[in-house]
Structure formats: C-alpha cells, structure tokens
Design a binder for this molecule. Structure first.
Ligand code: 5CA
Ligand code: ZN
Length: 409
C-alpha cells in the first residue's frame, strides 16, 4: 500500500538527546540506543470507520519518538500495518450493506488525509494484512511444524504453552488475560482449545466471508497477531527498537505477538521497548468505533479547525495518561496556537536557544509534550510582554516547534 506524503523536518543546530521511554515489558524507563537507523513498528488502524482523536493521540506519540531520533541525526525505519481484513471490518460492511474492500479503501484513504493534515511522518512501509498473507502462511506452517500451533476444526491456533516467556509483556494474571481476551477478539470459551487464551493464527474459510489460498493450511484468512509479527519481522527483523500502540494493545495483541516471535526465532523480546499510549475518552468512556462515542479528525477539519490546533490539543496531554476529549481542550489549543503564531510573526525576539534545549530535554524524558508546550508558552509570553533583539529567534523557535512537535507555525 502507499502511505502518505512526508512533511519536511527542519534540521536543528546543536545536539539531539537520546530517548528515555517507558517500556511496558520491564515496567520502567529505558534509554534507547538505536543504531544509525532506528527501527519502529506501530500498529495501524482497522479501517472500518474514520480516524478519531484516540487514534490521532496514539499516532502523535509515535511521531514524537521519531522526531527525537531524527534530531539525533539518525534515520528512522518506520513500518505500520493496516488490518484490512478482520471480524469488525467484515461485520461493519455487512451491517451497512457495503463491500468490505471498498469500506477499507475509503477509510484508509481518509486516514492518510488525516495523518497528512496532522503532519504525522509516514511509514516507509505501509502494509495491509491482505497483501501480507503470502508472508504469513509460511510462518503459521513453521509454527505448526514446530509443535507451537495446532488445528481445531480446520482453524489453526497458537499454543501459548510453547512460549516460556509468555506473560512478560503484560504481566497480567490468567484471569485478567481471560477477560481481556474475550473483550478483544479472542475466543477463550471455544471448546477444544488447549488453553483458553490460545489465539487464532489462521481461520479456515467461512461461508460468505473472504478467504485466500493458505497452502497446506487450506483456504482461510490470517489471525490478528500473526499479521503484525509477519510484517514486523519481514521489514524490520527481530529486536527492533520500539513496538507501539495504544494501551488496549498490551494484551492480547502485543503479548501474543511477542510469543509468536519467540516461538519462531527463539528470541525475546521482539521489540526493545513496548510503548503504549493512554486511552482518550469522550463522555467518560474510551473513544471506540464499536461504542460510537467518537470525535473524528476529519469532522473537525471539515468544521474549519486548523489541524495544527488539533495537534496541539493532543500534545497538551502526556502520551501515557488517559484523558478526556472536551470542547475546552480544543478551545485551549486554538488559543495557544494563536499566541504562538503571534510570537513568531515578529522579526526579532528573546533568544530561543534555551527553548530548543528545553524542548529536547522534555521530549527525551519519556515524551513529556506538556512540558515542551509549557516551555514554548514561556518563550511566547516573554516575546509578547518584553520582546527582544535577537533577530533569528522567532525562526529558531518556529523551526524547533516544527521539527520536534510537528506543528507548523
Ligand atoms: N489494527 C489494530 C492494530 S494492529 C487496531 O487496534 N486498530 S484500531 O483501529 O482499533 O486502533 C488503531 C490504534 O489506535 C491502536 O494503536 C489503538 O490502540 C489506538 N486507539 C484506539 N482507540 C483509542 C483511544 N480511544 N485512545 C487512544 N488510542 C486508541
Ligand atoms: Zn498490530
């Protein structure tokens, strides 16, 4: 699949900082030391509805990760998937009496537009589940042949018992895992499974549903977790730097992904850091396509909201916090954008050199975007109240805000 166009990232003078970030698997901060090419996999959308503020907040977090790395003069190899065949997508197409392929294409196209408007850096490879099937089938065959997978009425399940490190991403107990599995696409109550938590790797063709040639697996379609593992291992390889997503992906998705990868390669962990963004809520409940309590990026854009203000609204929250979208959040962001734009529109001002360092420090410290915004607020207030004589300062400030926060002033 094609991704979306990249906005330019200005190079800043001085030295970028290495990123310290929270790793769910170890439960603490890790300082990442990627090679010259940092590798990141971020779980993409299931395209059955438009991009909402929760998605945008999660992608914003991983965009910041890349901006910190780029500032250290590293290159970034970024891979993202699109779950363009899965139960919720097929169910929505049936509900609305539309073609599932057309639905996925339409929502993916809208996602690209939203990401472009928000100045999110595009992945180098943007890979759909359907196009990944030829790579998924041999992995499932290998897992089966190694005894890490088994067949149940034509479907193929992964055996969590095959992984000595199972549980080391989420650290949940069995009962919590069982509840989350049932909530998030698993089938713990299906009779005949070796362990209720075992996730499906390959689903045999169902009447009226799309299916693909699965070689010795028979016709069918891939399970969810193996999709991301196949794509990540093909394009990034084992031991990449960050696997990212919202906190609703900790279990089962990222736990099972680590397990599949462990059974395939004998190594743990698949990613050096498992990084998870908090959940954005609306009216007290997690924003979700299944509940329908949604604020869409595209709807705000249609209403004339500047995408830079949407981005500032996201940045006003720490990525690991759960937070609530309200009209006030947006109004505050619009006001802040106005203040910042006024501050950089003057030809001179107070020196912004210290501001650049404050932004670097804030983001390197577990992506503390609210601290970064507070630093820009202080510089903008000084500019407004006292001004200054440094001729390059407004340019330095706006380039730093663009490069590190993705906000064009
Ligand atoms: N296709 C899978 C990942 S492989 C999937 O979870 N798709 S999704 O469309 O449901 O979600 C896309 C991303 O947005 C995921 O990282 C998910 O964790 C995140 N996300 C979904 N809802 C919210 C929310 N309310 N707040 C923050 N992030 C969210
Ligand atoms: Zn994923």
């Amino acid at each position: 699949m094609h991704a979306w166009p990249a906005s330019e990232v200005p190079a800043l003078t001085g030295q970028g900082r290495d990123l310290r970030i929270h790793d769910t698997a170890t439960g603490g901060l890790v300082t990442l030391a990627p090679g010259p090419v940092a590798r990141i996999y971020v779980c993409g959308i299931t395209p059955y509805d438009a991009t909402h503020m929760g998605h945008a907040a999660t992608y914003n977090a991983f965009d910041l990760v890349q901006r910190v790395w780029l500032d250290t003069k590293r290159q970034v190899h970024y891979v993202q998937n699109v779950t363009d065949v899965d139960d919720p997508l097929l169910e929505r197409a049936v509900r609305d009496g539309i073609d599932w392929v057309g639905l996925a294409e339409k929502e993916t196209a809208l996602f690209r537009e939203d990401m472009t408007a928000l100045r999110m850096l595009p992945p180098k490879q943007y890979i759909g589940a359907v196009e990944a099937i030829p790579g998924i089938v041999p992995l499932v065959e290998r897992l089966r042949d190694a005894g890490a997978a088994y067949e149940l009425e034509g479907d193929v399940y992964f055996s969590v018992e095959a992984d000595p490190n199972f549980g080391k991403v989420s650290h949940l107990d069995a009962s919590a895992m069982r509840l989350l599995s049932a909530e998030r696409g698993g089938d713990p109550d299906r009779p005949g499974k070796k362990n209720p938590l075992d996730p499906m790797l390959w689903m045999a063709a169902r009447e009226g549903e799309p299916s693909w040639d699965g070689g010795s697996l028979g016709r069918g379609r891939p399970g969810w977790h193996i999709e991301c593992v196949a794509i990540a291992l093909e394009y990034l390889g084992m031991g990449f730097d960050v696997q990212g997503g919202g906190s609703d992906l900790v279990f089962p998705h990222h736990e099972m992904g680590a397990s599949h990868a462990q059974a395939l390669t004998g190594e743990f962990p698949m990613a050096k850091a498992y990084v998870h963004a908090g959940m954005v809520a609306l009216d007290g409940e997690k924003m979700s396509k299944s509940k329908g309590n949604l604020v869409f990026v595209s709807a705000l854009r249609r209403d004339g909201v500047d995408p830079a203000a949407i981005r500032l609204a996201l940045l006003a929250h720490h990525y690991r916090d759960n937070w609530e979208w309200t009209d006030q959040v947006l109004a505050d962001a619009v006001a802040r954008l106005g203040r910042w734009r006024a501050a950089v529109s003057r030809p001179d001002g107070p020196s912004a050199d210290a501001l650049v360092e404050e932004l670097r420090e804030a983001l390197a410290n577990d992506l503390d975007a609210p601290a970064a915004l507070a630093a820009v607020d202080r510089w903008a207030a000084l500019q407004t109240e006292q001004g200054g004589t440094d001729e390059g300062a407004p340019g330095v400030a706006s380039r730093a805000v663009d490069a590190l926060l993705g906000v064009a002033l």
